[in-house]
Design a binder for this molecule. Structure first.
Ligand code: BTN
Length: 324
């Protein structure tokens, strides 16, 4: 929206306080048709405003967009390392790409890259990740653990537990679907993408990409995602504070990461299994090369999924899509 029009519209809403502003009044103020007013309202929604529309009354703003700028992230952050170095962008292709560049430039462990929007957000298996403006947490975390590269998948599982714990603090009941999907009410609310920069025997850095759907409404999703994706606010029935959720994720991630470095994967494995919906169930694991049906037995020390097929043979699953 042109900035002058936006200012006029926001002025009208500011003056009306909690009262509704009629579509006709807005049309008069903006000197445009009622259809054009509706389009401007939709643009405000896309920019992150939460608006209520009531027939014969008009519109009112329930909540202005909640930007998560550097200050909002820092204020109230209870970590020693994670998030102390913040790289913030309004709009990016993918935070993963920026984080890779920062790794090469020597960014310290704990650096996070945050964007309000990703126009080329990436998921696992070369999929795209829907990352609309002001609605979610699109973040990449740089870690530099002194572990061999084959242990890196464990960090995905640690992150999943951290996100689950942060969601529980928001009063929700998430579950984990191996390896990295966090579900609310059976629908995906978070994805985690772990990427490595490593030599043959040593990790240079791990970039953990975390995408959390926080304030999307059902209709914000493209049709093909509506039946499989959800957001924290859809499930909570109210808009949520993204900065606070982000702080909670970092807090839990730091605690679990330190526990992992100190005591190894075992305590994390137990936590992860307590949240996993896959374990003990009949599942199908589809990878590019094969499809395996069987019972999910658990995860190994390295975070690999173990499936027992009908003949009793055990399979180690490193990467696949899981169907329940
Ligand atoms: C998946 O479930 O397929 C993983 C999705 C990971 C999405 C996050 S959003 C922040 C970071 N930047 C990206 O481009 N992807 C990850």
């Amino acid at each position: 929206m042109q900035s002058e029009l936006r200012m006029k519209m926001l002025d009208a809403f500011t003056k009306s306080g909690d009262e509704f502003v009629s579509g006709q009044h807005l049309a008069d103020v903006l000197n445009c048709s009622r259809t054009a007013v509706w389009k401007h309202i939709e643009e405000l929604r896309k920019e992150g405003f939460i608006l209520e529309a009531v027939k014969r009354k008009g519109y009112r703003i329930i909540k202005a967009p909640e930007h998560i700028g550097v200050d909002e992230i820092r204020f109230g952050l209870q970590t020693d390392k994670l998030g102390k170095n913040i790289h913030y962008e309004e709009s990016v292709g993918s935070t993963q790409k920026i984080a890779s560049r920062l790794v090469l430039e020597g960014a310290p462990e704990g650096t996070i890259v945050i964007a309000e929007e990703q126009v080329a957000g990436r998921g696992r298996m070369d999929r795209s990740w829907h990352s609309p403006k002001y609605t979610g947490i699109w973040m990449s975390v740089i870690l530099r653990p002194n572990i061999p590269p084959q242990k890196a998948p464990q960090l995905t599982l640690i992150t999943a537990v951290a996100v689950v714990q942060a969601m529980e603090e928001a009063g929700l009941h998430p579950a984990i679907k191996w390896p990295n999907d966090i579900l609310l009410n059976g629908k995906k609310a978070t994805g985690i993408l772990t990427e490595l920069q490593a030599d043959a025997d040593r990790i240079q850095a791990v970039i953990i990409g975390i995408g959390i759907n926080v304030n999307q409404k059902h209709e914000d999703y493209p049709e093909e995602l509506q039946s499989i994706a959800t957001s924290m606010s859809i499930e909570a029935g109210k808009p949520l504070d993204r900065a606070q959720i982000l702080q909670h994720v970092l807090y839990h991630l730091e605690k679990l990461y330190l526990l992992y470095l100190d005591k190894g994967f075992q305590p994390i494995k137990l936590l992860w299994e307590s949240y996993a919906i896959t374990i003990g169930k009949k599942i199908t694991a589809r990878s590019i090369s094969e499809t395996i049906h069987g019972k999910a037995l658990g995860i190994t020390e390295d975070g690999v999924l173990l499936i027992e097929d009908e003949s009793g043979k055990q399979h180690h699953i490193y990467s696949a899509d899981i169907e329940l």
